[in-house]
Design a protein around this ligand. Structure first.
Ligand code: 7MF
Ligand code: ZN
Length: 880
């Protein structure tokens, strides 16, 4: 893109309230083959809260709309009375309050970007967050404009018997000539990004929920006819989520009907449109034969997430898109808590932290680093990030922990009471936390505005004479793009001290009259702070950042023995896991530096001991025994050593497998599945530990292990076990490899979600010819570049989950990815931009790989006609 045509950044500091408000919207959507007519009737008035611009023009957002007519209060406007350009409609002279009528034509059948109104297979659906409504009609497409919507949908009765929109159906009827209509009314004012419309030949699965106050709510899932038997789990998840929000937050649902539509072509996971959620079918459809435990738990989490948005997002929404974490960070926190209560809290916390460390810490250390509340963006779609979502959830979690359960609940009640029906800011949220608790969160607010992962450098001193133990903490935060200097944060730092037998010491800080508990949350506020514990009989081992009390990195010079001691004795389950991770990380990274090093016997023993611990929760044990991932390991090095890390991790894994073969076989046998499938935490834990053991054993499969793995594949007890075996076989040199992959394809070619898994196991295999295989698979009739799930499962998986092959030194992986980005960009910029991120951290690699990635990024950046989405990622990756 030429420099002078570069897209411009939008800045938070430029926020202005809207010049006009919309009180009511009447939409009339006439769906016809290849032309949809949209008539909009908007009741508008000047905003009394806007800076006065008497008689100012009305400017509405609108893109890719073929304008047919404009009228004010029913009077058609002459061409001189308005102006239209690529992204707006301006009406020059308008009264202070009036009705605006517009009519446009759009072509959902040609909408490959999957934003606005589009066709997916035989159905029509919409996606309006963040700025998709402007591709349906001219509007004030911003979240602080909230209006009541009435929507009439007209369509062919045979092709689209089901016509849905937000709220309640108020009228329906026949129009003759095979056409019919339904009118929907949404009583709650909402921003346009929550608008939804669905039309098609869909089956409905219905159940109900009776709210705490006794109101009955109809729950309806709409799916394609072949999927009616795959909604049971999502329905139960929805019912659990509704009950949970009543019990935990006192929040009830507010309409008579809650609808969820499953769509095959969808850019993201799901969308919380008021009363009419649209879901990627991946997060609705599941049966034990087709979906893994991960899928089942993912569905529960996403169904919960979208449902919880009804209060945190819909009833209270964002003032502008810089406030995205107001709804997303908070709703992720809520869905995390829901999943923790439905399953194993400890395992959930470990999974969430693993994700945060692997992805968010990496984002925070790269060229796209930004605060939880960004200051600027070129394309808002690029800011639906792990920082806004996952770090945002940690920032809410820290406030919940700082306040404690009662005050946090009071603060949330205050938030709901004070801001219901409003579009607000993260600052309004924090003020509720302060007002309900009396705490001063002035310094804490920096978590929203400062990017980067803070680091805590810790040292300790024990003085036997005075029996005091001192922790010295230095906090710092590395520079990020646009933020060279950082200020100290308010960090809740949870610590415990273990005496030599492994029990927790009661903690008493100097100046306190008596010990207060065994875990203390220290308030870090200064760049450097000392904490002196008194009455400490012997040198203790510190357990730092218990429960991951803040999203920071902790540096402390533990000995291997201290880590093994914590692994065995820490009363904090999270830190037992973390000690194992630190130990494994250390063993692997030592081997990167020194490939011939022997596996320390203490390390093997620690793993053996963990395996032998019969009391241990199996799911937790599986987490403890999972080695840190390659990308997280890479982040610990000054320069990424792709092959060194891969080789070292594989060798350590193989070494453990060889040393612990008998134990692993025993665990695998004890974990084999017998009864009927269920997703109770104990069953999920059993399968995950059994498959983890099988994974270790398959590092060097002898005949017995190979047979075990093949048997598990062929037995087909559940998709969890089938996929675990299939992934191991696909990643192996077993002679049966080709035959098994062909068998799986033949069996599942009719099921797109299962085929996605088939693409992923092949894209992530470590075989040297994987790139060629990925390219060949693109020609498979089941693959399609137009389906985001397919692109993610084949191309996305190759670029983000197969380091050794994607980063091959011939640069083939990079050229392939850049080609796909450029191929996809004209059709679907959002998906193209997400793919390109796989190269954004190119500066972390060796000079040869840097040069190769940079060349591809430059090729992309230099291409004419790029979308804003891809342009922003390419240019910022090259700049930083
Ligand atoms: C659970 O946030 C956690 C995150 C935006 C689309 C769903 O509800 C959403 C939508 C993106 C990325 C992640 C998620 C979503 C979106 C998501 C889904 C479930 N408002 Br983009
Ligand atoms: Zn969300």
């Amino acid at each position: 893109m030429p420099r002078d045509a570069s897209p411009r950044a939008i800045h938070l500091k430029d926020y202005q309230p809207p010049a006009f408000l919309v009180d009511r919207v009447r939409l009339h959507v006439d769906l016809r083959e290849r032309t949809t007519r949209v008539r909009a009737d908007l009741a508008l008035r000047r905003n009394p809260a806007a800076p006065a611009a008497p008689g100012g023009a009305l400017r509405l957002n609108g893109e890719q709309l073929a304008l047919q007519s404009v009228a004010v209060d029913g009077r058609a406007l002459a061409p001189a009375e308005y102006a239209v350009d690529e992204e707006s409609l301006t009406v020059y002279a308008v009264p202070d309050a009036f009705a605006l009528q517009t009519e446009v034509e759009i072509v959902p059948e040609d909408n490959t970007a999957l934003e606005g109104l589009y066709a997916s297979g035989a159905m029509y659906c919409t996606q309006c967050e963040a700025e998709g409504f402007r591709k349906i009609t001219y509007y004030l497409d911003r979240p602080d404009v909230m209006a009541r919507f009435t929507t009439t949908i007209v369509a062919d009765k045979a092709r689209c018997p089901v016509l849905l929109s937000n709220g309640n159906p108020v009228e329906a009827g026949d129009l003759g000539a095979g056409r019919h209509f339904v009118t929907w009314e949404d009583p709650f004012p909402k921003p346009s990004y929550l608008f939804a419309l669905v039309a098609g030949d869909l089956r409905c699965i219905e159940d109900r929920h009776v709210t705490a106050s006794g109101r009955e709510v109809a729950l309806r899932f709409y799916v394609e006819p072949e999927n009616v038997d795959k909604c049971e789990h999502a329905m139960r998840s929805l019912q659990k989520a509704m009950r949970w929000d009543e019990e935990r937050f006192g929040r009830e649902y507010d309409l008579d009907v809650y609808m969820i539509v499953a769509v095959n072509d969808f850019n993201m996971g799901a969308m919380e449109n008021k009363g009419l959620n649209v879901f990627n079918s991946k997060f609705v459809l599941a049966r034990p034969e087709t979906a893994t435990d991960r899928d089942f738990l993912g569905i529960q989490g996403v169904v919960g997430h979208e449902y919880f948005h009804n209060w945190t997002g819909n009833r209270i929404t964002c003032r502008d898109w810089f406030q995205l974490s107001l709804k997303e960070g908070l709703t992720v926190f809520r869905d995390q808590e829901f999943s923790a209560d439905m399953g194993s809290r400890g395992v959930k916390r470990i999974e969430d932290v693993r994700l945060l460390r692997a992805n968010q810490f990496a984002e925070d250390a790269g060229p796209m680093a930004h605060p939880v509340r960004p200051d600027s963006y070129i394309e808002i779609n690029n800011f639906y990030t792990v920082t806004v979502y996952e770090k945002g959830a940690e920032v809410v979690r820290m406030q919940a922990n700082l306040l404690g359960p009662e005050a946090f609940r009071r603060a949330m009640d205050l938030y709901f009471a004070r801001h219901d029906g409003q579009a607000v800011t993260t600052d309004d949220f924090v003020r509720c936390m302060e007002d309900a608790s009396g705490r001063d969160l002035t310094q804490f607010r920096r978590w929203y505005s400062q990017a980067g992962t803070p680091e805590l450098e810790i040292s300790d001193r024990y003085d036997a004479v005075s029996r005091t133990y001192t922790l010295s903490v230095r906090q710092s935060c590395p520079p990020t793009p646009g933020q060279p200097d950082k200020q100290p944060l308010h960090i809740p730092f949870a610590v415990g001290l273990l005496e030599p037998r492994g029990t927790d010491l009661p903690l008493q800080l100097a100046g306190e009259g008596a010990p207060q508990g065994t875990t203390r949350v220290l308030d870090l506020r200064e760049p450097e702070q000392d904490f002196r514990f008194v009455d400490v009989p012997e040198r203790p081992t510190p357990s730092l950042l218990r429960g991951f009390s803040a999203p920071v990195k902790v540096r402390f010079d533990y000995s291997d023995e201290a880590l093994m001691f914590l692994m065995a004795h820490d009363s904090d389950g999270f830190n037992r896991w973390d000690a194992a991770q630190r130990l494994a990380q250390r063993v692997i990274l030592r081997r990167v530096a020194e490939p011939a090093a022997r596996l320390a016997p203490g390390f093997v023993d620690a793993f053996r001991q963990a395996l032998a611990d019969a009391r241990a929760d199996r799911a937790l044990l599986a987490e403890v025994l999972t080695l840190p991932g390659e990308s997280y390991l890479a982040d610990q090095l000054a320069q990424v050593d792709v092959d060194g890390i891969h080789r070292a991790r594989e060798t350590v894994k193989t070494g453990l497998a060889a040393a612990l073969r008998d134990e692993l076989l025993a665990v695998r046998a004890a974990c084999s599945d017998t009864g009927p499938y269920d997703i109770a935490p104990a069953s999920v834990g059993r399968r995950s530990l059994g498959n983890l053991a099988l994974g270790y054993l398959m590092q060097r499969p002898d005949a017995e292990v190979a047979a075990l793995c093949l048997r598990q594949y062929r037995a087909g007890r559940s998709m969890t076990d089938v996929m675990a075996a299939l992934a191991l076989i696909a990643d192996s040199e077993l002679p049966e490899r080709g035959e098994v992959l062909a068998d799986f394809r033949a069996r599942w070619q009719h099921d797109p979600l299962v085929m996605d898994k088939w693409f992923t196991v092949q894209a992530t295999a470590r075989h040297p010819e994987t790139l060629a295989r990925v390219q060949a698979l693109m020609a498979d009739p089941v693959f399609s570049m137009r389906n985001p799930n397919k692109v993610r499962s084949l191309i996305g998986a190759f670029a983000t989950a197969n380091s050794v092959r994607f980063h091959a030194t011939d640069g083939g992986g990079y050229a392939f990815l850049a080609d796909r980005v450029l191929e996809l960009d004209p059709a679907n910029p959002q998906i193209a931009a997400r793919l390109l991120r796989a190269m954004s951290r190119w500066r972390r690699f060796d000079p040869a790989r840097q040069a190769l990635m940079r060349a591809q990024l430059e090729r992309v950046a230099g291409t004419a006609g790029l979308s804003k989405d891809v342009y922003e990622i390419a240019v910022k990756s090259l700049e930083a």
